[in-house]
Design a protein around this ligand. Structure first.
Ligand code: RTP
Ligand code: MG
Length: 148
């Protein structure tokens, strides 16, 4: 079963959106296997966003993602990586469709509420960066049988 790494960014935590975001993925039919509120260090931020190191916004991105607590999660389910990206909406909220998280709740690209892995390779890498194996819980839930 596929897994992805999702994270409510500091703006989402400050705006009391953890519950709203968790609820969307739960109701969709995905399965939560790990979650924690945490403060990202500058080192972890640099690794997580390593692909953007040369971009002009890198410094701002690291400052923002380390500016307050984030809510880190691992979700499991059929096609969860690409479906979660659809549910998040386009990176820039001025282009994200209504009905998506960014389309419904965000205005500007630097404060777009949620992160989600963009590929199977990113998902494995990011889950490994943020979670220890023992922090991820495999468990059965009867409701899963009504989804797949
Ligand atoms: P994320 O990694 O945070 O889930 O976002 P994403 O895949 O949709 O977008 P990505 O290209 O990976 O960019 C990472 C984050 O950098 C900020 N950004 N700022 N000022 C800008 O032009 C700009 N472009 C990107 C955004 O906050 C984006 O989420
Ligand atoms: Mg990205």
């Amino acid at each position: 079963m596929e897994r992805t790494f999702l994270m409510v960014k500091p703006d989402g935590v400050q705006r009391n959106m953890i519950g709203e975001i968790v609820a969307r993925f739960e109701k969709k039919g995905f399965h939560l296997v790990g979650a924690k509120l945490m403060q990202i260090s500058p080192e972890l931020a640099g690794e997580h966003y390593g692909e953007h190191k040369e971009r002009p916004f890198f410094g701002e991105l690291v400052d923002f993602i380390t500016s307050g607590p984030v809510f880190a999660m691992v979700w499991e389910g059929e096609n969860v990586i690409s479906t979660a990206r659809l549910m998040m909406g386009a990176t820039n909220p001025k282009e994200s469709a209504p009905g998506t998280i960014r389309g419904d709740f965000a205005v500007t690209v630097g404060k777009n509420i949620i992160h989600g892995s963009d590929s199977p390779e990113s998902a494995v890498r990011e889950i490994g960066l943020f979670f220890k194996e023992e922090e991820l819980i495999s468990y059965a839930k009867d409701s899963n049988n009504w989804v797949n």
